[in-house]
Design a binder for this molecule. Structure first.
Ligand code: AMP
Length: 417
């Protein structure tokens, strides 16, 4: 299957090949023809599946450049707005559309300037979009295509009242595309209220996201987590590592601890300014920072290729967050590893994750690490293996964790749907 067979115009095909995409991902294959047909589409897809191009390409094909604001993308975070903006801008270099991002946390003036010059597509977070509308600086009355990106996240973050206000500002007759990593009952209810006779597309997203990821659990007491992290980083020469903590304070603390050990790191979370987050991301992308310590709030915005390891310093709150975190590695078909530090009090979360994902994650002890004698092994009845050295080759795990009984840590979320 090629992009040519999806009926995309030559300029968009040029953009696709410039971006280095050779064949469409499943969500692109499924969604693009329906969007071009003018249908409302619901896509159950996560970041990492190529969903951005799945809506950006056909939407831009549908709207004529230079004819005013015809496409609106609403997304929960500024990082996502920027990422979508990057893709849209790349495509626009060929299609000649004018694209603007609108998000909070930065000054209004540059965004207003762009809007005043005229735009065809706007990618916005809800709050700032409403602010700018209230100032009379944006006309939404001619929007023909609306994309609601990460609808589940917008609901979780309490943005829905704002989104509803935005919907009232749009023409009733329009094409709606909605993407969501999960299809909870609240998302489905939004779909019913907002979309007209939509096509539902589900491309078993997590097979893309979780499949290439080797997953392991390292039982360790809460007190020894930072020591274990340093030991892993020092001994195994892990290169581009993303560490997740439960809170922003813990993220900053881990970052400071690593710095003290001479390990280059940065932290990124909701408590840092936009400029600080961008700087940390850029430095990590460029390879100047080895370890990026993050919280769940910013997880979805981290679109960095070649992350070799995701380390859950703290277990995430939900299986969905787990999938989002570990989906930051093994992107676009490469291999990656996800290591979860598991303190006794975090066992329930592990069980939830395993149940939802339909798999059992191997338990590993780091060879040579001095575990405290009073460590509680929270996973009763499960063998713990010492990870064979050969598994770490060039920083990326190649082999498979061996345990006596546990099944492989690989798995897909397909089983949970
Ligand atoms: P997304 O799910 O939109 O965040 O995309 C995840 C990653 O996949 C991004 O780094 C994209 O550049 C990349 N990508 C999207 N579509 C394709 C494709 N057809 N072929 C290869 N890479 C792609």
């Amino acid at each position: 299957m090629t992009f040519q067979s999806l009926a995309l115009r030559p300029r968009l095909l040029d953009a696709v090949s410039e971006m280095g995409y050779t064949s469409p991902t499943p969500i692109q294959r499924e969604a693009i023809p329906h969007v071009l047909d003018g249908r409302d589409v619901v896509g159950c897809a996560q970041t990492g599946t190529g969903k951005t191009a799945a809506f950006v390409l056909p939407t831009l094909q549908l709207i004529k450049p230079g004819s005013g604001l015809k496409a609106l993308v609403v997304t929960p975070t500024r990082e996502l707005a920027q990422q979508i903006g990057d893709v849209a801008r790349e495509v626009s270099r060929f299609s000649r559309h004018r694209v603007a991002e609108i998000y909070g946390g930065v000054g209004y003036e540059p965004q207003l300037k762009k809007l005043r010059r005229g735009v065809d597509m706007v990618i916005a977070t809800p709050g700032r979009l409403l602010d700018i509308h209230a100032r009379g600086e944006i006309d939404l009355s001619e929007v023909e295509v609306l994309v609601l990106d990460e609808a589940d996240r917008m609901l979780d973050m309490g943005f829905w009242p704002d989104v509803r206000r935005i919907l009232h500002l749009l023409p009733e007759r329009r094409q709606n595309l909605l993407f969501s990593a999960t299809m909870s009952s609240s998302v489905l209810s939004v779909v019913r209220q907002t979309l007209t006779d939509p096509i539902h597309i589900e491309t078993s997203p997590a097979t893309t996201t979780v499949d290439g990821v080797k997953q392991m659990v390292y039982p360790v007491s809460a007190q020894q987590k930072s020591e274990l992290l340093v030991a892993l980083l020092e001994k195994d020469h892990l290169d581009r590592v993303l560490v997740f903590t439960r809170t922003k304070h813990r993220a900053d603390r881990v970052h400071r601890q690593l710095s003290r050990q001479g390990i280059s790191s940065a932290s990124i979370h909701g408590g840092r300014s936009q400029a600080q987050r961008q700087q940390a991301l850029d430095s990590f992308k460029a390879g100047r920072t080895r370890v990026l310590v993050a919280t769940d709030v910013v997880a979805r915005g981290i679109d960095v290729d070649e992350i070799s390891h995701v380390i859950n310093y703290d277990m995430p709150n939900s299986p969905e967050d787990y999938v989002h975190r570990i989906g930051r590695t093994a992107r676009a078909g490469s291999e990656g590893s996800a290591i979860s530090f598991l303190a006794a009090e975090e066992t329930t979360t592990l069980h939830d994750i395993e149940r939802k994902l339909g798999l059992r994650i191997d338990c590993i002890d780091h060879e040579g690490f001095k575990y405290a004698s009073d460590r509680i092994i929270p996973v009763a009845g499960r063998d713990i293996s010492t990870r064979p050295r050969a598994m770490f080759a060039g920083g990326v795990m190649r082999g498979r964790a061996r345990t006596g009984r546990g099944r492989s840590g690989r798995g897909s979320m397909g089983a949970r749907r």
